[in-house]
Design a protein around this ligand. Sequence first.
Ligand code: NDP
Length: 264
Amino acid sequence: MQHFIVIGNPISHSKSPDLHHAFADSVGLDIRYQRQFCPDDAASFTAVVEAFFAGGGVGANVTLPFKEIAFNLCQTAGGLSDEAAAAGAVNTLMLRDGKLFGDNTDGRGLVADLRNQGVTLDGARVGIIGAGGATRGCILPLLAAGASITLFNRTDAKAAVMAADFAHERLQAQSFQTLSTAAVDVMINATSATTTGQALPLGEARADFAYDMMYGKASAFLAHFAAQGARTADGFGMLVQQAAASFTLWTGKPIDLQKVVLPF
Ligand code: NDP
């Protein structure tokens, strides 16, 4: 039986074990996937990871607050996927050629969910509000899917730095003030404003499709675009798809979500 964990602090709320057991059932694999609490420091995280893989563990997910620590560990003691290197954060760990390997499946999860929702990304104008870790992780997969991206962030300088870091002709930052007059094909909320219940200054912003990475909460962001007749979706599908991408990376088994009985 293959053994997996998700490492976080706190961790008791994590849905990952239920999701991964549902994936395993759908492809006929017998797995054990457990929540692993870890004290909030790099030395403890390293010890947990080393003990897990030394004990024959196959794969680990990493969640708050350890994604950057996992990135640093892989950078010094192993390898990183292009997405993880660009994101500066790791959410999926495994061994490759006996060494620790870190990937970041958040962006792939977002792109897979957008496609699942019938959104065409090739040639699409995509606006992203927010310039935190989630945005950073989604930029490469969105560019690879053919989108042109405009970043809007409350702290303008952070969006400008992020655009400069990637230095890609289809990625630009615009001042937060211009969000209220933006017109794009797809607008993505990658801020924590929905979590805290704060309103974004959307003004007359328009989009054909709006996506809030947050899920499970009423979203003023989605309501703004729904009122214009835009199609909308929250980030639940991204959560499922990023987990499915980790599962496939570890087991080599693609997941057909039509065959997965989701536990919630
Ligand atoms: P970070 O803390 O790294 O970044 C937060 C961003 O939100 C910053 O750009 C910040 O702007 C902006 N922000 C916060 N409050 C406001 C506000 N009131 N008005 C405008 N901007 C605001 O968070 P992450 O990037 O890690 O995550 C962002 C969101 O995405 C979260 O809601 C998270 O839950 C969700 N997420 C969902 C996933 C999924 O699978 N569905 C996966 C990953 C993330 P500033 O720079 O000015 O402070």
